[in-house]
Design a binder for this molecule. Structure first.
Ligand SMILES: Nc1ncnc2c1ncn2[C@@H]1O[C@H](COP(=O)(O)OP(=O)(O)OP(=O)(O)O)[C@@H](O)[C@H]1O
Length: 684
């Protein structure tokens, strides 16, 4: 595979480093290729470069027409003859399919040549068309064939793994089938998909074959661990997840197939294919993301059914992925009691073809009737907890007040200068990110290095300066988080920032963007003479982005100057009331103590559009770990007392058993602090 080390977007990816994953794979030493090794990769994308404006589909079309390059319009890509085919030594002359083998992503302009597997950015494509091709091909298209050590390991594992039915002991085979829920999956199906079993570690092995059948590119190992009454699956991929672009099942797809069912797990694809006979593909990273690099492989399908799982998160992911695939050709299987995941459905003896027939079209016109919405409303009602969003693991009080972190919302966060806003919001976002919320940071004030240092310290919950020998271990784990940083620093135009965010949502399936802070977008505005109008415009742009992209935006805004002895209120947010009206949630970091609660700060949730609960809870800062979350053991036990504001906090008690560990109180919007403006009427 070829990859480019250049892109027009000011995003920097934290690429996972190698080395430590060998331990995490849990492979026996005999299978591990020698002592742990560490290789640093080059930055995939430049930092601090002037951002290049993204290209639009119209511009791509105009460019191709102006250059006399014929093209066909596809679902997510344009297809054109590949300028890389001639240069290639491959002699694939199978006619029309290979003559239009270049796929150009309509949203990003990135290209992939299916014949040579060359890929690159829109600028690189232009460079090769405009005669700088040879240089570009040699200099920019740097070869990234699977790394030799990976290939060796892939080969070693694959050779050691055997088909399930070749296990010498029938009991062992039976146990393995039970662990993976494969009792109803036949040997024929396992054979067709070339699934093997690695006995020493009791893991299933799913191969990743090159599209042209040129060999094994990678593997996914799946382990099953019992947890309570259920089973938890643990995945490991080679290469690392960010480079693992396997659409499992691709070798079984024929060029004539026009319909496919996408699943989030290989096991589901086995079940579906066996019981319906339909072409099925499993996404490499489940519901976490649909990398655009895979879209060219899905272009041939006129209909795509997404059946990703049986929870609300799978449903949300299916809706997001359908946008990329072109909703007009997508149908979605809604989770429900009678519509579990495909493997479960097979095991329960349900009719999978019938479930597929109930799939709902993903495409909605601008005006919909309740009939089209009723299934979605039912989904929310029957999954109340999931509908409340992802819950924080470090901040139970935030769960109590906000209930969770939901897609498509705008959170405005403010607090006095230097009070610890960045530090708090860093931990708040990190908490969600560790739970699989794909996060993009826009830190305009402090450098990404400093921010990453703060986050890493919070991640390790301790000072790393004093334990540098542990640095690699923590850094390796940190790099596996779905965390990305914009490389902007200082003033930026809102248009560029929003374009970058849109790009990140498309490419990395970002669900949470943190902007620290809004003031850095004010300077470049045409309207800078009227700073309040400029801020309103910017807040409106973030609001629209959050809604349209179904992505949560957390926006840090400085407060207006107020007397030091006064607490901040919603009305203290700099600018007009627009920010608090547009926001779904307003959080205020109060730079003072909650009467006798611990810590010198407290967090106030002063608006909560989801269910109206507002309230306060104290934050205790730990200087060595830079965290505000209270470690469960040392949680202060508190008893109720009233603070000046009429809000209720609880006072530390002697720590007797049974005392409440929580120190937050909620109050409904009706019983709010009289100093707060009435926010019960949403502006939208
Ligand atoms: N509760 C706290 N007590 C003491 N120090 C803190 C606390 N919270 C953060 N700090 C420290 O104060 C410094 C400033 O914190 P931070 O940058 O998070 O504040 P901020 O509110 O974002 O600042 P600004 O208003 O400049 O954006 C950091 O060194 C941080 O470690």
């Amino acid at each position: 595979m070829w990859v480019l080390l250049r892109s027009g977007y000011p995003l920097r990816i934290l690429l996972p480093l190698r080395g430590a994953w060998m331990g995490r794979r849990g492979l026996p030493r005999s299978l591990a290729p020698g002592p742990p090794r560490r290789r640093y990769r080059k930055e995939a994308l430049p930092s601090l470069e002037a951002p290049v404006l993204p290209v639009t589909t119209t511009e791509i079309r105009q460019y191709l027409r102006a250059r006399g390059i014929p093209f066909q319009d596809g679902h997510s890509c344009l297809r054109a003859p590949s300028p890389f085919v001639e240069a290639s030594k491959l002699k694939d002359q199978t006619g029309a399919a290979s003559s239009f083998s270049l796929f150009i992503d309509k949203t990003t302009g990135r290209f992939l040549c299916m014949t040579t597997l060359a890929e690159g950015s829109w600028e690189d494509f232009q460079a090769s068309v405009e005669g700088q091709g040879d240089g570009a091909r040699e200099g920019v298209l740097l070869s990234e064939a699977p790394e030799a050590e990976d290939s060796e390991e892939v080969r070693r594992i694959w050779d050691r793994a055997i088909p399930l039915w070749e296990l010498p002991e029938p009991e062992e085979a039976q146990l393995a089938r039970m662990m993976f829920g494969l009792t109803r999956v036949t040997d024929d199906t396992l054979k067709r998909f070339s699934v093997r079993y690695l006995r020493p570690v009791r893991k299933l092995v799913f191969p990743w074959f090159s599209p042209e059948g040129l060999g094994l590119r990678g593997l996914k190992l799946l382990g099953a661990e019992t947890q309570g009454n259920g089973v938890q699956y643990v995945e490991t991929t080679i290469p690392r997840p960010g480079a693992y672009h396997n659409l499992f099942g691709l070798p079984l797809i024929s060029r004539r197939d026009v319909e496919v069912v996408l699943t989030s797990r290989e096991l589901d694809s086995l079940a579906l294919n066996q019981s319906t006979g339909l072409p099925t593909l499993a996404l490499p990273r489940g519901t976490a993301c649909l990398p655009p690099a895979l879209l060219p492989y899905l272009e041939q399908f006129r209909r795509v059914v997404l059946w990703l799982g049986n929870d609300l998160r799978s449903w949300e992911a299916a809706k997001l992925f359908a946008r990329k695939l072109n909703p007009k050709r997508c149908s979605l299987v809604r989770p429900g009691d009678q519509q579990p995941s495909p493997l479960e459905a097979l095991n329960q003896g349900l009719n999978l073809s019938r479930i597929l027939r109930t799939a709902l079209p993903a495409w909605h016109k601008s005006i919909v009737s309740f009939r089209q919405l009723r299934e979605e409303v039912l989904g929310e009602l029957s999954n109340v907890e999931q509908a409340a969003g992802v819950r924080w693991s470090r901040f139970p009080d935030l769960n109590r007040l906000l209930k969770g972190h939901r897609k498509g919302e705008l959170t405005v966060f403010t607090g006095p200068t230097g009070s610890g806003k960045t530090t708090f919001i860093s931990e708040y976002a990190l908490d969600l990110c560790t739970q699989g919320v794909n996060t993009l940071w826009g830190s305009f004030e402090i450098s990404n290095v400093r921010l990453a240092r703060v986050m890493l310290t919070q991640f390790a919950v301790g000072r790393l300066e004093e334990q540098l020998d542990k640095y690699d271990e923590w850094a390796d784990r940190f790099e596996d988080l779905p965390l990305y940083f914009m490389t902007f620093h200082g003033q930026q135009s809102i248009r560029t920032v929003i374009d970058t965010m849109q790009h990140a949502v498309y490419v990395y399936d970002i669900c949470h963007v943190v902007i620290d802070n809004l003031q850095f977008m004010m300077g470049h505005e045409q309207l800078s003479t009227d700073r309040i109008a400029a801020q309103d415009y910017i807040v409106g742009a973030f609001r629209k982005f959050a809604t349209d992209s179904s992505c949560h935006v957390t926006l840090v805004i400085h407060p207006r100057k107020e007397d030091d002895d006064k607490e901040l209120q919603t009305a203290s947010i700099f600018g007009s009331a627009k920010a608090s009206q547009e926001a779904d949630n307003v959080l205020i970091l109060q730079d003072r103590k909650l009467v006798t609660g611990p810590g010198k700060r407290y967090l106030q949730v002063s608006k909560n559009r989801f269910d109206g609960d507002v309230g306060v809870f104290p934050l205790e800062f730990n200087k060595s770990s830079l965290t505000f979350s209270i470690p469960p053991k040392s949680k202060a036990r508190l008893k109720k007392i009233k603070d000046d504001n009429g809000l209720v906090a609880k006072k530390p008690s002697s720590g007797k058993k049974g005392a409440m560990p929580q120190i937050s109180e909620t109050c409904s919007n009706q019983a709010r602090n009289p100093n707060q403006p009435d926010l019960s009427k949403p502006s939208r």
